[in-house]
Design a protein around this ligand. Structure first.
Ligand code: DPP
Ligand code: ZN
Length: 844
């Protein structure tokens, strides 16, 4: 397959002024008629006329009304065209019902829907399917479905047809069409300049009672974007549709967002608090794309972080404002380390703005999204809130209606602040997580921190240059008082010192507050100091971080040296959990332990070969010790934080339930599951029910609950996904592969549904001791399923390959087992471009 390079970018040869599409819907033979006004691009000297197209049957084509016979070539067609503006017309036939890849126009539970990002529109008709070609679309849909939707505003509709017009020029990846037997949850919003907007959430009949929360989240998002970024909505109608079969979480199509039903449908009985929070964030994310993504889009797919990094950053600000900022920050860092640091330290490492790809779908990654958002957070910290706001205003004003680059983005910051951001730009071009080593020195009242930064080599990048690192630091005095409040040090050199003078005694530093940069901090310190910071740090992130470090050090000692659980950690965590002045949500997070994968990363980082079984056992031992140590406290917390008011998925109740559940986790280690069984039997919401189920599975007492859970929820696809997932996640290491295999034979298992596939095989990858079991059964089972799914749905298959990305951390025997599986999948005839690229990069 062909590799595409950023450096090869050239502007499009032809621009599009206007697109008119007619769809005659039919599951096997949908006809798509296109009428497209082209003109030569004055900015390009290229005159070859090329249209992308994949899997299309061309019925007829005309230029300015005259029949033509184009050359059908690999990936599209070419044709002789006039050296002046002209009209292209084509009729093609496609078969949505046979489209299992879920890209382009496909069918899901009897409805038609589309997914065009990144390159799905070329599966609908011939078109210059690249984001820098923006055009105004009019769409006519013909079909015997009650609801017919497309982008923009409704123009007219009647028996078996509907017409839509989108006045805002857009790239083809934002095109959408939905047709089906859907019911509407309506709403309404008045923008601050007085535009009346009809809001709708469209779902399959039976799901209409699960839309209210998403509707409220949408209204909050619309208000927030006006208040915080000054951005108003720009059409008369905003539609959201829930679809059961969807490769991603959701898609920001102009005026017609399409959502994976798991990211929009919510009710207390069927959704956990975590589901509610995620739905609120994704509704916001897709809505915010209307400005950061749609009105201003990307010039090419290498610039994906321009819209995704910024939009993730915006949705994290939104969640911080709606809920608790510290809790959001801590949760984001946990996720960043789990997914992005893991990616950045393995064979799939790539810059926030990649320089080449084979299949762009493989670059919707934690690096582009989450590290891309971190880069924006750093930029804001460096320039300050006021200049950030000015730069964003200039960005929207200057680039509205354009397809832009990272250079355009940084230029508005340079202009507003007068700063030179050329060194900062390395965050976009250098892959890998910088290691930040710090040493300290105290003499005559002067305290000096010396930092050294180093980024390890990553594929294709041996040498790294120093990056700009904003390091937020505060200093605490020996009695725990803060003697120097948070200050942002701006590190630009490979090695650099910063001094604080006039200190009465040697302070304790709190470094990288609020996780001010996505780096790995390396500092020699001891558990006494970590316990001191856990008790006294005023920065909530670093307070949590201190507890996390204590746990991690204790676990390392247990795994590497066979030490018993660390008493200092047990005391410190108990003192923290007991402190009712602290936010319950924070305490629940601080009661969390590093994940198995986190420990494997840490051990590998320190030169040890991680043993997944030993990591699992150490975590089990520590959990058991903690349960014993906190026995009375756990019973008190579980009782005290029961919510008695009617269910609300807000930060306050969510925090209380999280702490009560954490306490139940401790209790279940000692009572053989009795309390968990009571909670399971009496639960009034999914947060309680699912957590109780997980405790029962953990205690080896899940059999009855698993059966009852299935009977209760067999009619609800999204809840049954949880049922599949829980059993795999909590299977003992030696049984995980067999449990997964058994579930793939269950009549409700359906590999064509990405949610179900991920709930089952993805859960195996998320059970590290099971997946990496020395028998190799986990590797073999996943490889079998990659081979099966690849011809059906390459995108979801390719995503799942990252389960193998850490394989070189492990021992020779595991490496040999993985290598054999990777080679077996790679040698499968007709393996997709998506999966081939992923596995070749992982294989190395
Ligand atoms: N739908 C995906 C997202 O919103 C891709 N744009 O991030
Ligand atoms: Zn996005």
């Amino acid at each position: 397959p062909q590799t595409i390079h950023l450096s090869d970018y050239t502007p499009p040869a032809y621009l599009v002024d206007k697109v008119e599409l007619t769809f005659r819907l039919d599951p096997e033979r949908t006809r798509v008629l296109s009428r497209i006004a082209f003109r030569p691009n004055p900015e390009s000297r290229e005159r070859e006329f090329f249209l992308h197209g994949e899997g299309l049957e061309l019925i007829s084509s005309r230029i300015d009304g005259a029949e033509v016979t184009p050359d059908l070539v690999e990936g599209g067609l070419t044709c002789e065209v006039p050296d002046a503006p002209f009209t292209w017309e084509a009729e093609v036939e496609i078969a949505p019902v046979r489209n299992t890849a879920l890209e382009g126009l496909y069918m899901s539970s009897g409805m038609y829907c589309t997914q065009c990002e990144a390159e799905g529109f070329r599966k609908i008709t011939y078109y210059p399917d690249r984001p820098d070609v923006m055009a105004v679309f009019s769409v006519r849909i013909e079909g015997d479905m009650p609801v017919l939707l497309s982008n923009g505003n409704p123009v007219s509709s009647g028996d078996g047809f509907a017409e839509w017009h989108d006045p805002w020029p857009k790239p083809a990846y934002l095109f959408a069409l939905v047709a089906g037997d859907l019911v509407d949850h309506p709403g309404h919003f008045t923008t601050r300049s007085g535009r009346e907007v009809a809001l709708n959430i469209w779902v399959r009949p039976g799901d209409e009672d699960k839309c209210a929360f998403a509707m409220e989240a949408l209204k909050k998002s619309m208000t927030w974007d006006e208040d915080v970024y000054g951005r108003e909505y720009d059409l008369d109608i905003f539609n959201i549709v829930a679809v059961d079969d969807f490769n991603m979480g959701a898609m920001e199509n102009k005026g017609l967002n399409i959502f994976n039903s798991s990211c929009v449908l919510a009710s207390p009985e069927t959704s956990t608090d975590a589901n509610f929070e995620r739905i609120e964030a994704i509704i916001a994310h897709e809505y915010f794309h209307n400005w950061t993504g749609n009105r201003i889009t990307c010039r090419d797919w290498f610039q994906l972080c321009l819209k995704e990094g910024l939009t993730v950053y915006r949705d994290s600000q939104f969640t911080a404002d709606m809920r608790s900022a510290p809790v959001k920050r801590i949760s984001d860092v946990i996720a960043l380390r789990a997914r992005q640091f893991r990616e950045d330290n393995g064979p799939l490492a790539h810059p926030v703005r990649p320089e080449s790809f084979v299949e762009i779908n493989n670059f919707y990654t934690a690096t582009v999204y989450e590290k891309g958002a971190e880069v924006i957070g750093m930029l804001k910290r460096l320039v300050g809130d006021a200049d950030y706001a000015r730069a964003l205003d200039l960005y929207f004003e200057r680039h509205d209606g354009q397809a832009c680059t990272i250079e355009d983005w940084l230029a508005v910051f340079e202009e507003v602040t007068g700063r030179d951001l050329s060194q900062f730009k390395r965050w976009y071009s250098q892959a890998g997580t910088p290691r930040l080593k710090v040493t300290e020195n105290f003499k005559d009242g002067e305290y000096t921190l010396e930092f050294e930064q180093k980024t390890p080599p990553t594929p294709g990048q041996d040498q790294k240059l120093p990056q700009v690192i904003p390091i937020a630091v505060g200093l605490l005095g020996p009695n725990g008082d803060e003697v120097v409040p948070t200050t942002v040090l701006e590190m630009t050199e490979a090695r650099q010192s910063f001094s604080f003078s006039g200190l009465a005694a040697e302070p304790v530093p709190s470094i990288l507050r609020d996780f001010s940069a996505p780096v790995i901090l390396e500092r020699e310190t001891d558990n006494a100091e970590r316990a001191f910071l856990l008790a006294h740090d005023t920065d909530p992130f670093n307070k949590w971080e201190a507890g996390r470090a204590l746990a991690r050090e204790g676990l390392c000692e247990m795994i590497v040296a066979g030490a018993p659980p660390d008493a200092a950690y047990l005391d410190a965590v108990q003192a923290m959990a007991r402190d009712d002045a602290l936010d319950p949500a924070f305490r629940a997070l601080a009661l969390g332990l590093p994940s198995q994968d986190d420990m494997a990363q840490t051990l590998h980082e320190r030169g040890h070969t991680p043993d997944p079984q030993a990591i699992w056992e150490a975590l089990e031992t520590l959990r058991q010790a903690r349960a014993q140590h906190c026995q009375d406290l756990a019973a008190r917390l579980h009782a005290q934080y029961q919510v008695t008011e009617p269910y609300r998925p807000d930060a306050q109740q969510t925090g209380a339930r999280a702490l009560a559940n954490a306490a139940l986790g401790l209790i279940s280690r000692l009572d053989g599951g009795a309390a968990a069984q009571r909670q399971f039997d009496t639960a009034t919401n999914m947060t309680q029910q699912l957590y109780a189920l997980s405790c029962l599975l953990q205690a080896g007492k899940g059999e009855d609950a698993v059966a009852r859970f299935y009977d209760q929820w067999r009619h609800d696809r999204l809840v049954i996904d949880k049922w599949f997932m829980m059993q795999v996640l909590h299977a003992e290491p030696a049984e995980a592969a067999a449990t997964t295999e058994r579930l793939t034979r269950h009549s409700d298992f359906d590999m064509k549904n990405p949610n179900r596939f991920r709930a089952t095989l993805g859960a195996l990858a998320a059970n590290p001791a099971g997946f990496h079991h020395a028998s190799g059964a986990g590797y073999r089972l996943l490889a079998d399923w990659l081979i099966r799914l690849d011809p059906v749905n390459p995108q979801t298959t390719a995503r799942m390959c990252s389960a193998f990305e850490t394989w070189k951390r492990y021992d020779d025997s595991r490496q040999a087992l993985v290598a054999a599986e990777l080679d077996r999948v790679l040698s499968t005839p007709a393996l997709s471009r998506d999966t081939t690229e992923m596995l070749s990069r992982i294989r190395g």
